[in-house]
Design a protein around this ligand. Structure first.
Ligand code: SF4
Ligand code: SF4
Length: 311
């Protein structure tokens, strides 16, 4: 496996584990039954009532106000600021390297490609690209097993954010589901089936709020991480279109205009390196400076006009 993809799979799997295990270790969960928020191993309390009871003076009120700011407002500001800040610095890197949903969408694309010879459920595959029957059966079986098993397991881990994980697992293993758990299973199943099987990366482009925040702040940022196409080396491009075919966000990475949907996954970097044997035409860079320098120095070969005219 290519180095960038291997690193990306490691970060994606690592982040899925983090999301699954946060409630297990009480790092983040809200216990609906106890009406308590657990944060970093302990119960997160504002302690405002105690503050008033202990000291009703102006000093006491100030103490309560500071406590409220530090324990209620500041954490929310920090949480809400994560995605804009990440977008400003790294563009949509979170989507391409960490997001569990993005990882599952890619897995769904992979299985569909193995079964149908194309990434999407919709459309037609040319006869010559149709996979052999043994491959269709093997990956078809894996797809059915994935659809049957992944949503309930994911639902069980996600329930841990609201029900004590031990209780949720014990109830699931003894098949004693509470009405809330049943609703949780059905809801997560319906959501995952719709997004993973039918919608996939269209969700990332048009629906996801985290993606939107990264897109907006990455777009206005003069220094965010982006994919750089070596326009000066365009004459080396053989127009194989590998870079476009691997892009699950349907970005055309050679186009002169930057596409806001790019998630900095680096698949186009690897694809071009593979095609041109070692040094490809794409790389990561921060900010637009390199792009501008390159545009000035650009000397596009024969293929540039052919590409831009779309032939
Ligand atoms: S353009 Fe390249 S880095 Fe951006 S999403 Fe497509 S394959 Fe990934
Ligand atoms: S993968 Fe590289 S050589 Fe192939 S079309 Fe893209 S830029 Fe050109």
């Amino acid at each position: 496996m290519d180095r960038i993809r291997a690193a990306r799979r490691a970060t994606q799997i690592g982040f899925i584990l983090v999301v699954a295990l946060l409630p297990v270790f009480d790092i983040l969960r809200f216990d609906v039954a106890a009406k308590q928020l657990y944060l970093f191993g302990g119960v997160w309390e504002l302690g405002l009532k105690q503050g008033f009871y202990l000291d009703e003076s102006a000093g006491g009120a100030a103490h309560v106000a500071i406590r409220f700011f530090l324990k209620a407002i500041l954490p929310w500001v920090a949480v809400l600021g994560i995605f804009p800040l990440m977008g400003f610095l790294f563009g949509r890197l979170f989507c391409g390297w960490l997001c569990p949903e993005g990882a599952f969408f890619e897995y769904a694309d992979h299985l569909t490609e193995k079964v149908l010879g194309r990434k999407s459920l919709f459309g037609k595959t040319p006869k010559e690209d149709r996979p052999p029957i043994w491959q269709r059966l093997k990956y078809g079986g894996l797809a059915v097993a994935s659809v049957a098993l992944i949503p309930p397991i994911a639902a069980l881990f996600l329930m841990g954010y609201f029900i004590a994980p031990e209780t949720a697992w014990n109830r699931a293993l003894s098949l004693q589901f509470t009405p809330a758990m049943k609703v949780g299973f059905v809801g997560v199943y319906a959501y995952m089936f719709t997004t993973f099987v039918l919608v996939r990366h269209t969700f990332c482009k048009y629906v996801c709020a985290a993606g939107l925040m990264q897109t907006m702040f990455g777009w206005i940022s003069p220094l965010s991480l982006r994919i750089h196409f070596n326009r000066a080396g365009f004459s080396r491009c053989n127009d194989c279109k590998r870079c476009e075919k691997v892009c699950f966000m349907n970005v055309k990475p050679r186009a002169s205009l930057r596409d806001i949907n790019c998630v900095n996954c680096g698949e186009c970097i690897s694809a071009c390196r593979y095609e041109l044997g070692g040094e490809g035409l794409f790389s990561y860079c921060f900010g637009a400076e390199k792009d501008q320098r390159d545009k000035k120095a650009a000397h596009c070969g024969d293929l540039a006009p052919r590409y831009h005219s779309g032939k």
